[in-house]
Ligand binder design. Structure first.
Ligand code: FRU
Length: 525
């Protein structure tokens, strides 16, 4: 009898051990939990929530060896609802560990977008200099006030954590920044301004941004506003950001202001514009009031940058939400909805007196390359159609680099085609006549969920003697970086089966392909 009891106890032990193991694996991203994160259209190397609805990245801050990513989250449905802040951390920007929800809606309102900082000097008094608090600054959106016709239903609140973001306390005197009577008054991004030794807060106020300052993150004074007479105004301004960048990685510093806007993006719906100029801790002066777009695809929105990246690193790291409000709530995924873009490094260049913010995929992505799968195609002149033998690389989970010698090419246009056996395709190309890149997803598969999804996205671009295309494809998304991120296009597609052919097509002449390199990417989950 005793023997049996032992045996049963042993069995229970084994079962519970392997269960704990599996859930640990899920947390840490071990590959052996292979059913995990393998639903149709599930991104394999992009961040997406385990289940439920996600939109904007929030509160991105680096602290104690971890990149924090919070996000607009509704755990109970795959469509938008009462907003929480979901939470994940990563040591390398690539592999993510899911953590419990950081902020829940409360009697003041839903928890809309915002930012987080390390309060190194303990200006809030929430912690100590030895254990500085992480402080989150977010918008409280009060649905009851909105429904009752009031316009001041968005106010800013703060919360803090003293245990590396694991638990959060909302400040008892919230909200800290009251609505001055503006209908859209949200998405605060906070930065520490060295020159004035003050916190600055930039937030969107309908058709402009407003800037505030504070010594303690609790009491805010208005400083200035920007934008009512600048940039694109096809929609509401949302999710701004403001940060310094070195020009051409050299000595001169300029300030970049990011302003997301919905609708009115360059190819319809949501889009991200930016301005470059000077900032003194009080006021932003743009070098040009014209809009520049950070991404010409339709699926990169609400992106902002990480706070407190160590000086030794020095990068300005960006992440966007890979969707578009035109159809975000109806894209054909079941368990979860939406993913983030790959993390990108922003760099500032001055070219012919004009400022350009480049986005490059972060170098940490290189670790995902499955070197054994890598194929390099030698230089070749192409006329008409050429199918590349991509062997057994999964074209829905790969990275592709394509160098073209345009000086020795005569073609009117060039097209890269990803195709599957069902006749579905995504086409990426360049037209010499119109001087435009394009992404054509008109035949990309499932599109009947929205009549605003299909279509061709265009991006103006003058190519030089050589051009490089760098692509990341992951399940249902494609990110295209042209010439080290001088032009970026991020687009979703929902093909009914994986791509199995990669073709290059030149029309009206030939094209010299200098080098094509393709490599499979490992999954992160
Ligand atoms: C942008 C946005 C923000 C807002 C949040 C709500 O996508 O509309 O302006 O804070 O989403 O979820």
């Amino acid at each position: 009898m005793k023997k049996y009891i032992y045996l049963i106890a042993l069995l229970i032990g084994i079962v519970s051990l392997s269960y704990t193991n599996l859930s640990n694996k899920k947390q840490s991203g071990d590959k052996s939990a292979s059913a995990y994160y393998s639903e149709q259209y599930r991104p394999q190397f992009h961040f997406s929530p385990q289940k439920g609805w996600m939109n904007d990245p929030n509160g991105m801050v680096y602290y104690a060896g971890e990149y924090h990513l919070f996000y607009q989250y509704y755990p109970d449905s795959t469509v938008w609802g009462p907003m929480h802040w979901g939470h994940a951390v990563s040591k390398d920007l690539i592999h993510w560990e899911h953590l419990p929800i950081a902020l829940y809606p409360d009697s003041i309102g839903y928890i809309f977008s915002g930012s987080a900082v390390v309060d190194w000097k303990n200006t809030t008094g929430f912690g100590s200099v030895e254990n500085p608090p992480l402080v989150a600054i977010f918008t409280y959106h009060n649905m009851d006030r909105e429904k009752s016709g009031k316009i001041d239903y968005e106010n800013q609140g703060i919360a803090y954590s003293l245990d590396k973001g694991r638990t959060w306390n909302k400040y008892q005197n919230n909200p800290v920044l009251h609505n001055p009577g503006v209908k859209d008054f949200r998405d605060p991004k906070v930065l520490w301004h060295e020159g004035t030794q003050k916190w600055n807060l930039i937030l969107s106020a309908h058709d402009r941004v407003k800037i505030y300052s504070s010594g303690n993150l609790k009491d805010w004074q208005p400083e200035s506003e920007f934008g009512s007479d600048a940039g694109a105004h096809g929609g509401v301004w949302e999710c701004p950001d403001l940060f310094p960048l070195k020009v051409n990685a050299g000595g001169q510093t300029k300030w970049v202001m990011i302003v997301n806007m919905n609708p009115g993006g360059p190819n319809g719906g949501s889009g991200t514009q930016y301005f470059v100029g000077d900032y003194d801790g009080h006021e932003f002066t743009a070098a040009s009031k014209e809009t520049s777009w950070l991404d010409y695809g339709r699926d990169n929105y609400a992106g902002v940058t990480w706070s407190d990246v160590p000086k030794e690193d020095g990068r300005r790291l960006f992440l966007g939400w890979m969707s578009n409000w035109n159809y975000a709530t109806v894209v054909p995924t079941d368990v979860w909805r939406s993913a983030m873009t790959v993390p990108r490094e922003l760099k500032l260049e001055e070219i012919d007196g004009k400022f350009l913010v480049k986005s490059e995929p972060v170098h940490e992505l290189n670790q995902l390359q499955d070197q054994a799968s890598k194929i390099t195609f030698a230089e070749e002149q192409i006329s008409g159609e050429k199918k590349l033998d991509t062997k057994d690389i999964n074209l829905n989970q790969c990275e592709l680099v394509l160098n073209l010698e345009t000086g020795k090419s005569t073609a009117d246009s060039l097209c890269l085609i990803l195709e599957n056996g069902s006749g579905e395709a995504v086409k990426i190309g360049y037209s010499n006549k119109s001087k435009q890149f394009f992404v054509d997803r008109t035949k990309s598969g499932n599109m009947n969920f929205s009549d605003r999804f299909s279509g061709i996205d265009y991006a103006p671009y003058s190519i030089g003697k050589q051009v490089q295309l760098h692509l990341f494809i992951d399940a249902a998304s494609i990110e295209i970086f042209v010439d080290e991120g001088k032009l970026v296009m991020t687009d979703l597609f929902f093909s009914s089966e994986n791509f199995n052919a990669l073709k290059i097509f030149s029309s009206g002449g030939d094209v010299l392909l200098q080098k094509v390199e393709i490599v499979g990417l490992k999954r992160i989950w």
